[in-house]
Design a binder for this molecule. Structure first.
Ligand SMILES: [Zn+2]
Length: 341
């Protein structure tokens, strides 16, 4: 207990609680006396949040900016924004959780290959940000961040076997099996989005054609609708357009759902999850799309596996996952001393 207090991970709750006639101190996770940072790098935008150790995220402690177009600018903009949040609050900042897309070699802390953010290829973002800030920084692959968010704060609490399919930018997968995050030999596991589905299909960021993420992601839908409209259209606008011009938009969304159902049926058949969480916006366009997804997955998945699996929308996000990652690290780093004599 003393070590946890000294490390600044808990704080005294204002006021006293009396038990059996004797006043005693009440502690809670440090929310005002210490802060942590969750930083999310995505293809188009970055989001930085500052929170206490209960990970409650508020708008006034959230800053978003477009993802810079070089690695050096990315690190300097992240550091500058984190410093701004640190100085605005004033309480000691204990560390940074950094969510990053792409294939990450967890042994080296290196982004090895990022199909949709190539300027990070070969780079060490957590190391470089840590040097810029003088603050402990850990890197978390973005699908791992989603799993952490759902498991720590969302609908996967208490669930040992689940999968998250992230269709928000590219298409990624995170799997927790037997309570353990499954990412393979060195961290490259989960690349469902780069399984080729359609020969000679759309060009993918990985350099090949017809990968699942070019057909079944929010970005794939944006690309197709943009082509029809002959102007850029992001998924937020497409959700609105689907209600105004369903005859134009819904067929595109239904094709994406068809391809996504193929991917999900593979995941259900291989991993036997009890829940598959879908993280993305396209289903906001029409609730019937999620029913269609469920039906299509049911027709392509062996019966007993499908019957044991629920398909639901994800409620967590990568910011929460980045926060969960650094908060978990802070507590685990005290483990041996806390458990010692
Ligand atoms: Zn690909």
């Amino acid at each position: 207990m003393e070590q946890i207090i000294q490390a600044g991970l808990i704080e005294e709750e204002p006021g006293l609680r009396t038990t059996a006639g004797r006043p005693s101190k009440v502690f809670r996770l440090a929310d005002q006396s210490a802060r942590v940072i969750g930083a999310v790098v995505d293809i188009r935008s970055c989001t930085i949040v500052s929170s206490g150790l209960s990970a409650s995220v508020e708008d006034e402690w959230t800053i978003r900016f477009p993802t810079p177009n070089t690695y050096e600018l990315l690190i300097s903009k992240l550091a500058e924004t984190i410093d701004e949040l640190r100085s605005r609050h004033g309480a000691p900042c204990l560390g940074v959780g950094l969510s990053i897309p792409g294939l990450i070699d967890r042994r080296k802390g290196q982004v090895v290959f990022s199909p949709n953010l190539h300027f990070t290829d070969g780079q060490f973002p957590a190391r470089d940000l840590e040097r810029a800030l003088g603050l402990e920084t850990i890197m978390i692959q973005e699908e791992h961040a989603l799993c952490l968010a759902e498991k720590t704060y969302g609908a996967a609490r208490g669930i040992s076997d689940f999968a998250i399919i992230d269709i928000s930018s590219g298409l990624g997968m995170g799997v927790v099996s037997g309570g353990r995050y499954i990412d393979g030999h060195c961290g490259f596991g989960g690349e469902l989005g780069h399984i080729p589905i359609v020969p000679d299909g759309p060009l993918c960021g990985c350099g090949r054609r017809g990968c699942l993420e070019t057909l079944a992601s929010d970005t794939a839908v944006s690309r197709e609708i943009s082509s029809i409209l002959d102007r850029p259209a992001e998924i937020d606008e497409i959700v609105t357009l689907a209600k105004e011009y369903p005859e134009v938009v819904l067929p595109v969304l239904e094709r994406a759902v068809h391809h996504l159902a193929n991917g999900i049926s593979i995941v259900v058949s291989i991993f036997n999850p009890s829940q598959v969480f879908i993280f993305g916006r396209m289903f906001d366009a029409d609730p019937a799309l999620f029913e269609k997804l469920n039906k299509e997955v049911s027709t392509r998945t062996i019966g007993p596996s499908f019957n044991e699996c629920g398909l639901v929308r994800a409620h967590g996000d990568k910011q929460l996952g980045a926060l969960a990652g650094i908060i978990s690290r802070l507590f685990h780093s005290l483990g041996p001393r806390v458990q010692g004599p």
